[in-house]
Each structure stands twice: as C-alpha cells, then as structure tokens.
Design a protein around this ligand. Structure first.
Ligand code: 4NP
Length: 147
C-alpha cells in the first residue's frame, strides 16, 4: 500500500513543488504523506519559483509554504514511492538509492499515458508553466487512480 509519495526534480523550485501542491490538493482526505525534493540542493531553503507560484494561485493551489530541499538517503526509507520528473532525475535517484531501501522509484508522466510522453520538460528554462501544470495535473489524477 502506498501511504507516502515524494516528488523529485532538479531544483525543487518548479516541477516537483508543483506536483506536491497539485497532488496534495487532489488527494486531500486520504491521509497521504506528500513532499518534494531536488537532486541538486542548489536552491535549499528557498520558496518555489514565482512563475510556478503565480500559475498555482490562478489554478487554486497554494505553494507558499513549500521550501526547497535536497533529496536525502533517508527519503528512500521514509517514502513508499519516489516520483521523478525526468530521466536524469530518475538516474540520479537510482544512483543514490541505498540497497534494500523500501521506496519504488518511477517516472511521473507514464501515469498519464494519454499525454504520450515520459518526461516533464523543465519550465525554469522553457518558461512554459501552463503546459507543465497541465501535464502535472493529468499525471497526478492518473497516479491517484492507481494508489
Ligand atoms: P526544477 O527546475 O528542477 O523543475 O525545479 C529548475 C530550477 C532551477 C534550475 C534548473 C531547473 N537551475 O538551473 O537553477
């Protein structure tokens, strides 16, 4: 049974905090432990990118309490499921996953097969926040259906 989900991207200021906020809202009342983290640690302690926060607000999600942190070894035993936004995140997670730890590590977008793509593009550089939110909302609905 999946009781805890950690969303992971590179910086933990765009894609994974968006997934955390969207999935927390969609799964409200289910008692899940939901968090997000970055593989890099570059933005440790900072809030989400203002472009993500603004798009979130428009869609009725609140990202204001989310702070960036680096993924930690302990996360692989704390969380049942760790969701990577792209293949590089997936590889980086697989490289540091301790042998015998409990977490399953999977890509996010295959939970929305109708999108026909496997990676969430990086909006930090592409500045395509609405498109990324659409993908994250679709994959969150798909993931929730599977839990
Ligand atoms: P994220 O986006 O991985 O979706 O949080 C990025 C944020 C910052 C950087 C790259 C991607 N950066 O290079 O600082």
């Amino acid at each position: 049974m999946t009781r805890s989900v950690l969303f992971v991207c590179l910086g933990n200021i765009c894609r994974s905090p968006t997934a955390e906020a969207v999935f927390r809202a969609l799964s409200e009342g289910r008692g899940l432990h939901i968090d997000s983290a970055g593989t890099s640690g570059w933005h440790d302690g900072l809030g989400a990118d203002p472009r993500a926060s603004a798009e979130a607000r428009q869609r009725g999600y609140d990202m204001s309490a989310i702070r960036s942190r680096k993924v930690a070894t302990a996360d692989f035993d704390t969380f049942d499921l760790i969701i990577a936004m792209d293949r590089e995140n997936l590889r980086d997670l697989q490289d540091i996953q301790p042998a015998g730890s409990k977490a399953r590590v999977e890509l996010f977008l295959p939970f929305a097969p109708e999108l026909g793509r496997s990676e969430v593009p990086d909006p930090y550089f592409e500045d395509n926040f609405p498109e990324v939110f659409d993908m994250i909302e679709a994959a969150s609905r798909g993931l929730l259906d599977k839990l």
